[in-house]
Design a protein around this ligand. Structure first.
Ligand SMILES: [Ca+2]
Ligand SMILES: [Ca+2]
Length: 242
């Protein structure tokens, strides 16, 4: 003899006991394969004819999670409202988009949210050297340098796949080079001043120039940065990037 318990039932037992899960025939087990990444949820139960419901997130360093698919390569994407049409237990596979990953030895820092690239080596690198400073296949990394003389704030690094489809894009920041000419001088100071006067905003200036305006990287663009740029212009010295 057995009793059936609903989820949330309060059950009182008089003695030692065993409880067995009895799945009805149309309950299926879905396994999540993170394919190189990690996922906190290994599996979930779904019901044939129902929907998949909430699906877990997967994470992988240096990649963007695209969602769950029926095949490791290709296949159909499965969303929370996708109907369960499979009649057997099955696996869903994480798909990933490749992101730019600077070599750990490159001295470059990538802000993962703003997609801004910074670091002292940018002061002296050529576009070709920058393109070779990533873990990614160098033939898929393209640098629009911004200036013939070298890298500047606003230079764009693009990662494509073998078919040329853009996978990721990051923008160079040289702290202090607000106007993106690769120099550190009074013209940058003028833009920082306009920012402090609220004549310019992050939106009008762009994320890279806005980040560059905090030349001493103390968290605010203000008089100290203006003075730093004026001094840099007089001495024709670059602003320290570290
Ligand atoms: Ca400049
Ligand atoms: Ca500052």
């Amino acid at each position: 003899m057995y009793a059936q318990y609903m989820i949330g039932s309060t059950v009182k037992f008089e003695s030692d006991h065993s409880v067995y899960a009895v799945w009805s025939a149309n309950t299926l087990n879905v396994t999540f394969s993170a394919v190189g990444g990690t996922c906190g949820t290994a599996e979930k139960s779904v019901v044939f004819g129902g929907t998949y419901g909430a699906l877990p997130q997967a994470t992988r360093e240096g990649y963007a999670f695209l969602g769950w698919f029926t095949q490791e390569t290709g296949g159909e994407q499965v969303l929370a409202d996708t109907a369960v049409e499979a009649t057997q237990d099955h696996t869903l596979y994480a798909h990933w988009r490749d992101l730019l990953r600077p070599d750990t030895s490159s001295g470059l820092t990538l802000d993962p949210d703003e997609r801004l690239l910074s670091g002292t080596p940018l002061l002296t690198m050529t576009a070709a050297q920058l393109a070779a400073s990533f873990e990614n296949d160098a033939s898929l990394v393209h640098v629009a340098s911004g200036s013939a003389s070298g890298l500047t704030t606003g230079a764009v690094v693009t990662l494509t796949d073998a078919q040329g489809v853009i996978q990721d894009q990051v923008t160079v920041v040289l702290y202090g080079d607000v106007d993106g000419d690769g120099r550190f001088d009074g013209r940058d100071a003028v833009l920082i001043n306009a920012l402090t006067q609220r004549l310019l905003t992050k939106e009008t200036l762009g994320a890279a120039s806005y980040a560059a305006a905090d030349a001493n990287r103390d968290g605010a663009a203000d008089l100290a940065d203006i003075n730093l740029l004026r001094a840099a212009g007089l001495s024709l010295a670059p602003v320290a990037q570290e």
